[in-house]
Design a protein around this ligand. Structure first.
Ligand code: GUN
Length: 163
């Protein structure tokens, strides 16, 4: 741990330090800043998401990039996302594998209208592909809940990675 006490950081310093742990959704960290103190920061941020509206939660899901998707190809990922996708080798795949991801991403988005979310740091390329194929058979409520669980893992690992 860094020795920084997240419970006593001034509001703006807290937001600046932790905004990147929730992909393109600084409002989550703003709300968390105002709800301190927490025993556990990841749990505190998860509680903000749990208390947000369904539309707000959906917006956080939709703020995540597709795996090996357009933003990855264009090089416009956040630093956190780039390093997560690289951890599973998604930044160095042969064309056939990229096409497989694109086809599964498209099928998943067509069915659920949000991107497939899995905490890529907890798995690997074959685990991701297996999860994509299997989760495509689920209903929407199950996938919303799973995506939020996975985002909880992403947040916790991003917090652990912070210096
Ligand atoms: N989209 C699906 N999974 C992930 C992940 O682990 N990190 C990021 N940034 N985006 C994702």
């Amino acid at each position: 741990m860094s020795g920084i006490d997240f419970n006593t950081l001034p509001h703006q310093a807290f937001v600046a330090r932790y905004a990147g742990v929730v992909e393109h959704s600084p409002w989550v960290v703003e709300r968390a800043a105002a709800r301190r103190p927490f025993a556990d920061l990841a749990a505190g941020i998860a509680a903000v998401l749990a208390d947000a509206t369904p539309d707000e939660r959906l917006s956080v899901i939709r703020a995540h990039p597709e795996l090996a998707g357009r933003a990855a190809v264009a090089g416009t990922l956040t630093a956190e996302s780039r390093s997560e996708q690289a951890s599973a080798g998604l930044d160095r795949m042969e064309a056939e594998a990229v096409e497989r991801f694109h086809a599964l991403n498209a099928a998943y988005r067509a069915r659920f209208d949000f991107p497939f979310i899995i905490c890529v740091r907890r798995t690997d390329r074959s685990g991701i592909l297996r999860a994509m194929a299997e989760r495509l058979t689920h209903d929407r409520a199950t996938e919303v809940a799973t995506a939020l669980d996975e985002i909880g893992h992403i947040i916790r690992l991003r917090l652990e990675t912070l210096a």
